[in-house]
Ligand binder design. Sequence first.
Ligand code: KG4
Ligand code: ZN
Length: 363
Amino acid sequence: MTDVLTMLGIESSCDDTAAAVVRRIDGQANILSSIVVGQNELHSAYGGVVPEIAARAHAEQLDIAVERALLDAGVNLTDIDAIAVTAGPGLIGGVVSGVMCAKGIATGIGKPLIGINHLVGHALTPRMTDSIKYPYLMLLVSGGHCQFLAVLSETNFRRIGGTIDDAPGEAFDKTAKLLGLGYPGGPLVEKAALGGDALRFKLPRPLLDRPNCDMSFSGLKTALRRARDLLIEKQGGITEQDRNDLCASFQMAVADTLAEKTRRAMVAFQNISKTKSFAVAGGVAANSLIGEKLRAIAQREGFSFFSPPLKYCTDNAAMIAWAGIEQYDKGARDDMTLAARPRWPIDQTAKPMLGSGKKGAKA
Ligand code: KG4
Ligand code: ZN
């Protein structure tokens, strides 16, 4: 008999309002629809996400996104077996909006509700897109997250290391702001770096002197500001070439740091499992230099490399629906007491990390 499960996913933990329908047929994921309504234009003037603005936009957009996801998928609410919703970690106003919306739909159609950890959604994405087998090593690297995870099952994750302050995407965004580029900063810094000299400014490779896989990016941003201020002091301003060189030097420092820490995470992972699969997810994975460096390290260390299509690497609801499918199988069910959680560590045994950041969600 064919095993079919159809899940509606809802995601609203940061600045994307997303809804998706994913149907698993005999173990294979079929992404029937994935709607992502971004909010960049609402936040760009501030150079980062403004939580209250984000929450209001989610409240306005959620039902529209769900309607569009159903329409695109060609299904009715009656075809849905269960609803998976991001219940944290993230900006609390947005998470609450999503959870309330999901509760309403679950009650209305009398179907189960499953609260999903947003980071679990990212971590299981390569299973949805590439059918990767457990266990595998994962690097989540975005505006709000930066951690290495050993993904052992749909509910068992071991944190091997992560940022102790800013996430790299956040550092890219702050760099863009310091240099008068727009938001989100990552793609703009990458573009400027194309015309720049990565060797001109000697920026630090933070925490490489420590043997573990932890990272830090806030000092790098401070070093960049200092380099910019020195130029302004000397020349009265910065030229376009200065800006490009600063971007290239910054990008190279992030890429070098991520690559070396990834190599160390691969060594550490071998103490947990002898399998050699490595996947990367998160908006920063869109960066060509970083992607190339990670691919090269994987090749050198004998790991197969998985980098899901960007639209499923960045925040989306298909990954939440898929995590819902995997956890539904294991009996996960929530009820109307499901609470939104601003913080929710994916590895409950790991020591909490310091750091706040724009998302307030470095669990
Ligand atoms: O995964 P994502 O869409 O959202 C979360 O943060 O969860 O990632 C967005 C982040 C932003 O900080 C953005 O600047 C960064 O990813 N980003 C990039 C690039 N494209 C997006 N960073 C570096 N290079 C890029 N090409
Ligand atoms: Zn995310």
